[in-house]
Design a protein around this ligand. Structure first.
Ligand code: ADP
Ligand code: ASP
Ligand code: MG
Length: 388
């Protein structure tokens, strides 16, 4: 009888040092010794992708997209090889594969590619030979054979997609926290761990900045029924959080934080050229606020740098902001109440948007910790907690 398959993904901190890679190896060996086939996806060592981006930007503030992918994909190759060596040394057969070697085929979009197909034959052969297969996360090749990457945080998507193609029993995302919380636990210390969370809520959290899961990984898992769990590499006792269920319950499910956003002011007469430029460069606009003569747009800081090259004289002011989004059903939310409480605490709201599934406040970056804790206190700690 064929053994069940477990896919395990280890993020940057988990593979951040040779010492931590030993801890990663333990989890893999445990799953293997339990009688599973094991496929592992790894990220680059902590800080490595940022280091490579920084190197590229020292050469060119907007580096050639194809070459950037060649550079960034190297980060994951380092960790996959170190992990395979570690497992070999411990007496376990392991083989590392780049995205291309794993036959992960993506579309053409350098730096933000989407996986289109995976020919899993080679991987299956290795797994059937009792090898532990280690695949470099975040990368694939397009139909021309050029290396592509999936966008920052994309290793989660590699893992979930491979789990889907291979019919894995579970896709386990190992990271530096022990599950999905009501807010980033590094910012809000009393955030609560959710033992389960439904796909809709998780998707909204990921969309609004909760980077614990890469948004496309959540969408893929939902569409293809991939059992998806987030758990800690370092804390053995916890079962983590399981993403399951299609129905979002009533009430607030969590708070998502998005940093490094850029607010830009554009003359209303120039909106058409800004929109055309954003469309051409594939830049997402997060929020628009119109006033009499100008319109404020919010884009990611990295995208703003691209826009600046062509539109600098048309953009008046640009400042960094953080977005804090309260996710969940918005029946009970009063804009006046939020404005009053934040104002009492000396917080200036740069803009505010309310939607049926969330509300967002934009604030100055230095106020994130304060505002996240205030909003968590009001909408989660003081509210009835729904254990999911
Ligand atoms: P990895 O390198 O393992 O992929 P990431 O940094 O991409 O790790 O994602 C894990 C981090 O996500 C956590 O360390 C935490 O700071 C952050 N995070 C943000 N929102 C949440 C949340 N709601 N629950 C858990 N972690 C969160
Ligand atoms: N190494 C890539 C990044 O830092 C991909 C990932 O970690 O998932 O974004
Ligand atoms: Mg990540």
């Amino acid at each position: 009888m064929k053994k069940p398959l477990i896919v395990q993904k280890f993020g940057g901190t988990s593979v951040g040092s040779v010492e931590n890679i030993q801890k990663v190896a333990k989890h893999i060996i445990e799953a293997k010794d339990d009688g599973n086939q094991v496929l592992v996806v790894v990220s680059a060592m902590a800080g490595e992708t940022n280091r490579l981006v920084d190197l590229a930007q020292q050469v060119d503030s907007v580096p050639n997209a194809r070459e950037l992918d060649v550079l960034l994909s190297a980060g994951e190759q380092i960790s996959m090889a170190l992990l395979a060596m570690t497992l070999n040394k411990l007496g376990y057969a392991a083989r590392s594969l780049t995205g291309g070697q794993a036959q992960i085929v993506t579309d053409e979009k350098h730096n933000k590619a989407t996986i289109e197909d995976i020919d899993t034959q080679g991987i299956c052969t290795l797994l059937d030979q009792e090898q532990i297969v280690i695949v470099a996360g975040f990368q694939g090749v397009n139909r021309n054979g050029d290396i592509t990457t999936l966008g920052r945080g994309g290793s989660d998507t590699t893992a979930v997609t491979l789990a889907g193609y291979l019919g894995a029993r579970e896709c386990q995302i190992f990271t530096d926290v022990d599950g999905i919380y009501t807010c980033d636990p590094k910012v809000v210390h009393q955030a609560k761990k959710l033992s389960t969370i439904d796909f809709l809520s998780m998707e909204e959290m990921a969309k609004r900045g909760a980077k614990v899961l890469h948004l496309p990984s959540v969408k893929y898992a939902q569409k293809h029924n991939v059992p998806l769990r987030v758990l800690s590499t370092f804390k053995n006792s916890s079962k983590g959080s399981f993403v399951t269920g299609q129905q979002a319950p009533d009430g607030i499910c969590g708070i998502a934080l998005q940093d490094e956003m850029q607010l830009i002011d554009v003359d209303n007469t120039l909106i058409a050229s800004l929109l055309a430029q954003c469309h051409m460069l594939g830049i997402a606009i997060w929020n628009t606020t119109e006033s009499k003569n100008t319109t404020q747009f919010v884009v990611k800081h990295a995208d703003y740098i691209k826009l600046k090259l062509t539109l600098s004289e048309k953009m008046h002011t640009a400042s960094l902001v953080n977005l804090i989004t309260v996710v969940g059903s918005m029946k009970e939310i009063s804009e006046d109440k939020i404005r009053a409480i934040l104002s009492e605490n000396g917080v200036k709201i740069i803009f505010y948007t309310l939607n049926i599934r969330y509300f967002t406040v934009a604030i100055r970056p230095e106020e994130v910790d304060k505002v996240a804790n205030i909003l968590h206190d009001i909408y989660i700690d003081s509210a009835v907690v729904i254990e999911r």
